[in-house]
Design a protein around this ligand. Sequence first.
Ligand code: SF4
Length: 147
Amino acid sequence: MKQDIDNDNFPVYTIGVAANFIGVSVHALRMYETAGILSPKRTETQRRLYSKNDINRLQSVRHFIEEDGLNIAGIKTVLSMIPCWKLKPCNIEDRKKCDAYNKMGEPCWIVKTRGDICTDVDCRDCEVYLNVASCTNIKELTKQVYE
Ligand code: SF4
């Protein structure tokens, strides 16, 4: 258990605590989730729990909004450009039928039509989602896969 708590992806913070950390309302966090920007862990009783990396993601979202002037649609477009097909990686046949590869506007963890490699996957455990924890990271991630 100690090991889990030390893991930055282990969900421990309630929505109230997470909102407090970021300095936004609980309503704003629910809105980000509905928009698909992030995906907090749900307990068996449907309680939301956030990890340290979720808090980092939320800080990135606030940065996009406050510093870069992006709205929710703009943030989703930025996230949709993460090359998940390189990170995973998936094969050409999977890419051909996947909305994350073919379309813009939605991050791969919320697209409805995906390749076989990504069906029945909990996105919270996926390396693509786990890697996208900050604005800097998105840029670094993209550089790595194309360099
Ligand atoms: S979301 Fe689609 S394009 Fe991205 S890795 Fe999965 S199958 Fe490939």
